[in-house]
Design a protein around this ligand. Structure first.
Ligand SMILES: NC(=O)N[C@@H](CC(=O)O)C(=O)O
Ligand SMILES: [Zn+2]
Ligand SMILES: [Zn+2]
Length: 429
């Protein structure tokens, strides 16, 4: 295997303290680190003081294959992830076919292996079609390699189904991930129910749809002992519930998306479906609560919920458009710019939210530090230069982002998987 030297990189020591270092990679692992390494390698990259991080980890992406290749493929989704600085992602099962059986699970797993330019771990569904009340063969799916179980895209409407799924997930020691949404409270809503939906005269989704089902799940999670993980948590009440549950010893973790941290319903200027996603952008007090929850550890990680759709599915009014926004190519940059550069949080905290906690909570093999001996899954970020996000720069097929036109810092310049370059901005012009 080849050797590589990354010169003049800066790595996070703690808080926002950085040290400058050279890094030598051999056989896919970090072999040496020191301020100046004179050793000869096959290739030398001058990082010019850019930030070198462990490759980012996202536990919530939609790659759409098999079934919806016109929205995204495993190839384009994983290339987009590499461009975002991600080297490990967990792919959602709202596919066609839904991976609910060992056979359908192994099909998508094989595609991930074959076409992914980064590590892709696959979720299996909780139940057939994401809607059946009958729980899948969780043991067999875990044996086949399912990292965790979820019906993301749909809430589990039936408490018995959730209880049985939690028992089964607990018995195989895998997380049960919940898209919490009580459909009886959604009422055809296309955005958050509140002042803005009234102003825009659009049907609203009651935020109680999220928190009430979450409250149910937390009670069942405690009884079953499962590791219960809340997907895209978005309301103030949900943050309060998770905070209390943690205090009460429930084995719960939670994620929040960049868009729920950085946008709220008042950002929806008009009937523009680039702001349409599920859960919807909530009220300003909800946004403040998820930021507070992330900072105090109630929320464990940032996950994009990268949900690409075709242009014709988003270039519509709220009523007719698909739910979901593309996110994997802007996640680090938005969090870095708005939470770290602005002084709200540190690079160490960002690393916890985007690498360390997802790896620990989902028991993943990915490296969490830039240190000797670790697998060289790495990303190099240009944190000193501003960049304006444009629709034509995405490697994802999904260009449906409300952040287009925003100026951010921290563009990825290179991403490495096992020491091999999987993204290079210099080739991406
Ligand atoms: N978040 C979304 O708005 N959409 C997701 C589904 C989901 O994450 O629930 C999708 O698959 O498009
Ligand atoms: Zn969801
Ligand atoms: Zn999702």
């Amino acid at each position: 295997m080849s050797s590589l030297k990354i010169k003049n990189a800066r790595v996070v020591l703690h808080d926002n303290d950085l040290i400058q270092t050279d890094v030598v990679i051999r056989d896919g692992k970090i072999a040496e680190m020191a301020p100046t390494l004179m050793v000869k390698t096959d290739r030398v990259i001058d990082a010019k003081g850019q930030l070198l991080m462990p490759g980012l980890v996202d536990v919530h992406v939609h790659f759409r294959e098999p079934g919806f290749e016109y929205k995204e493929t495993i190839k384009t989704g994983s290339q987009a992830s590499a461009r975002g600085g991600f080297t490990t992602v967990l792919a959602m099962p709202n596919l066609n076919s839904v991976p609910s059986t060992v056979e359908t699970f192994k099909q998508v797993q094989a595609l991930n292996q074959q076409d992914g330019v980064i590590n892709i771990d696959q979720y299996a569904a909780i139940s057939a079609g994401l809607t059946s009340e009958e729980v899948d063969d969780i043991q067999a799916l875990a044996d086949a390699g399912a990292v965790a179980f979820t019906n993301d895209g749909k809430g589990v409407q039936n408490a018995k189904t959730m209880r049985d799924a939690m028992r089964a997930a607990a018995s195989v020691d895998r997380p049960l991930v919940a898209h919490v949404e009580d459909e009886s409270l959604i009422d055809g809503g296309v955005m958050n129910l509140g002042q803005r939906s009234a102003e825009l005269e659009l049907p609203g989704m009651d935020p109680l749809g999220e928190s009430s089902q979450l409250a149910r799940d937390l009670v069942i999670a405690k009884a079953t002992g499962v590791h219960y993980h809340v997907a895209h948590l978005s309301t103030k009440e949900s943050v309060n519930l998770v905070r209390i549950a943690k205090q009460n010893g429930v084995n719960v973790t939670a994620e929040v998306s960049p868009h729920h941290l950085l946008l709220d319903e008042t950002d929806i200027q008009g009937d523009n479906a680039l702001y349409k996603m599920n859960p919807p952008l909530r009220a300003p007090q909800d946004r403040m609560a998820v930021i507070g929850g992330l900072l105090d550890g109630t929320i464990d990680m940032v996950a994009t919920d990268h949900a690409p759709h075709a242009v014709e599915e988003k270039d519509r009014t709220f009523m007719g458009a698909a739910f979901g926004i593309t996110g994997i190519e802007t996640s680090f940059q938005l969090i870095y710019t708005h939470l770290v550069r602005s002084g709200v949080a540190t690079l160490e905290e960002l690393t916890n939210w985007m690498v360390k906690n997802p790896v620990a909570d989902f028991n993943l093999a990915a490296p969490t530090k830039v240190t000797v001996g670790q697998t060289a899954d790495l990303a190099l970020f240009d944190i000193d230069h501003a960049h304006t996000i444009s629709a034509d720069e995405f490697l994802s097929k999904g260009v449906n982002s409300p952040f287009i036109g925003e100026t951010i810092y921290g563009q990825t310049s290179m991403t490495f998987l096992n020491g091999e370059v999987v993204y290079d901005a210099a080739n991406d012009k």
